[in-house]
Design a protein around this ligand. Structure first.
Ligand code: UT7
Length: 328
């Protein structure tokens, strides 16, 4: 059997603390009914007070390595996607390299690419592995509960904390990566962003007093429309690229942004609801971590069989969107 580059292992981590809709209704002017009908979310997980982004990423990394049957010292490179880093600088990947006990390998973040970050990083890892970088650990982590505005009902009820990942490299019995596609429309950068803290709106006492450092700017309806359009578009691009049709796909695992977005994507693609995986009810929107978390849950629930084609799609701030076609 010859070796090909593919996914050698998968893993995900969600913190223990559960935050329900009823918990939110005690803090802001919202209700279980509103959150459930508008988003499909019932609960989400929040990190413990002493837990950081790097800690969560390392917890996920241990599961990825266990699944792959590898040690941290077997990893040749780390790429980490996040919008909620350990620090402004250095990047979260540096902390993870040390905490995980990896060798002195290249480790870097793919930062600010929103919910599409994991799939974009996975494709970078695929090409790096093919070029001889061997085993690349790809991680996605979001600890948004610590950085968001807990008084902003428009956004706070949507998000949850989680981490997930995959190791990409050569092997005989890999999850095949049949194709990848992605795109960016930077003209929409202001529709979904956290604008303070960079060079455009530097952090200052005034910024802090106005709470801008925690203000997720989000035009919900436009994000909704574009998410449906782009995740459907990238699905068609991937299928065309791979010479496959939708009937060949056993399961679509999309970014978990809103249950209504997932239903609309399924409808637009003409897929029965059971062919679009969702765990948003229990975890909310976990940003870049949502696709690896959902993929791990789909596999653990027996929704993926050997030989299945599984299509991953994602959409987020940027706007960025990405897709990946896997063969289990
Ligand atoms: O990963 C990418 C990140 N973001 C997304 O994917 C978000 C995409 N967009 C969405 O999921 C939806 O647009 C939302 C869930 C954010 C909002 O749902 P919607 O059906 O588009 O509602 P809306 O923005 O049109 O707001 C309807 C009403 C507003 O009140 P008025 O103006 O009609 O009186 C909001 O103030 O709902 C109000 N509202 C809430 N009410 C209770 C907004 N948030 C809440 C809340 N509880 N938490």
């Amino acid at each position: 059997m010859t070796e090909t580059v593919g996914i050698l292992g998968l893993g995900a981590y969600a913190p223990e603390r559960v935050m329900t809709n009823a918990d939110w209704a005690e803090l802001v002017d919202t209700s279980d009914e509103w959150i459930t009908t508008r988003t499909g979310i019932k609960e989400r997980r929040f990190a413990a007070a002493d837990e950081t982004s790097a800690d969560m990423a390392v917890s996920a990394a241990h599961r990825v390595l266990d699944d792959a049957g590898l040690d941290a010292t077997d990893i040749d490179e780390i790429i980490l996607a996040t919008d909620t880093p350990e620090m402004y600088a250095p990047d979260t990947a540096a902390f993870v390299q040390y905490q995980l006990g990896a060798r002195e390998i290249p480790a870097f973040d793919l930062a600010g690419s929103g919910c599409a970050g994991f799939l974009m990083a996975l494709d970078v890892a695929r090409t790096r592995a093919q070029l001889g970088r061997k085993r690349v650990l790809v991680l996605a982590v979001e600890l948004i509960s610590r950085l968001m505005n807990w008084n902003d009902r428009d956004t706070c009820v949507l998000f949850g904390d989680a981490a997930g990942g995959a190791v990409v490299g050569p092997g005989e019995d890999v999850i095949g990566m049949l194709g990848a596609a992605a795109g960016t429309d930077g003209s929409k950068a202001g529709i979904l962003c956290l604008e303070a803290g960079g060079t455009r709106v530097p952090f200052s006492a005034e910024v802090a007093a106005a709470g801008l450092h925690q203000k997720v700017v989000m035009h919900g309806r436009e994000v909704f429309r574009e998410a449906v359009r782009r995740m459907s578009q990238v699905t068609h691009e991937l299928l065309e690229q791979a010479g496959k049709s939708l009937s060949d796909i056993a399961l679509v695992v999309p970014h978990q942004a809103n249950m209504r977005i997932l239903e609309a994507v399924g409808k637009r693609l003409g897929l029965a609801p059971e062919r679009v995986f969702s765990n948003i009810r229990e975890y909310g929107n976990t940003g870049s971590a949502s696709v690896p978390l959902a993929l791990c849950h789909a596999r653990a629930q027996g929704r993926i069989a050997a030989g299945d084609l599984v299509l991953l799609t994602s959409f987020g701030a940027g706007f960025h969107w990405a897709g990946l076609l896997l063969e289990f």
